[in-house]
Design a protein around this ligand. Structure first.
Ligand code: SF4
Length: 206
């Protein structure tokens, strides 16, 4: 497909997604799909589902979790939200609500089967996918423990890079597991660098 045609197809698909009401009756704040996609992104962040602040603003990771994730990646907000370079696609696109015992509900099960494969097919330049948290990892890799996967990240690169969900709870986990900062974070930054640099070079020469 020619570049202009690819972009038009993705834009049409995103309009379809934004009109989705498939599980509207189960969403406490109603449908508001939050995604950042493009036909040129080479790096994809596969995440979980929006929280309330993300729902309010329509911007993925626009919260403390996002600050922690950007810290791990070593990039600022401008680059993080440049969807020409980095796509962000949660497993569930709308805020799913709270669990009775605290914490957010899992991503809506209807969502990924409806939209994920079509959106990924419309982003042909993606080369590396960061699997952020248990739901993204389970969808791609099947059952398994997040910590085990993060420890064994070398088995998945260069196609995937598994990460914990960067919630506030993960701060305590990071302090108990210094290998994450010492070994995994430098490897993560090295893994993403070529895709971001290539995109920056192309954009400068365009
Ligand atoms: S969560 Fe997904 S399936 Fe449900 S309304 Fe939002 S976009 Fe549609």
């Amino acid at each position: 497909m020619r570049p202009g045609t690819e972009e038009a197809a993705l834009e049409a698909l995103v309009r379809e997604v934004r009109a989705c009401r498939a599980c509207a009756g189960s969403l406490p704040l109603g449908p508001r799909p939050v995604l950042h996609v493009s036909t040129t992104a080479r790096l994809l962040i596969a995440s979980q589902a929006p929280g309330t602040r993300v729902h309010e603003t329509g911007i993925s990771f626009n919260d403390a979790s996002g600050d922690r994730l950007r810290g791990w990646l070593g990039i600022d907000r401008d680059l993080f939200y440049d969807s020409r370079r980095i796509a962000i696609l949660p497993m569930g696109l709308c805020y799913p609500g709270r669990l009775a015992g605290g914490g957010d509900r899992p991503p809506r099960a209807e969502c990924a089967p409806l939209w994920r494969a079509r959106l990924l097919a419309a982003m042909p330049q993606v080369r590396l996918t960061l699997l952020v948290g248990a739901y993204a990892q389970a969808a791609v890799l099947g059952p398994g423990r997040v910590e085990d996967r993060v420890r064994a990240y070398r088995d998945l690169v260069p196609r995937y890079f598994p990460l914990p969900h960067p919630s506030w709870r993960t701060g305590a986990w990071e302090r108990r597991n210094p290998w994450f900062a010492e070994e995994v974070i430098p490897a993560l930054r090295a893994a993403i660098a070529p895709f971001l640099e290539q995109a920056l070079t192309r954009s400068r020469s365009a």
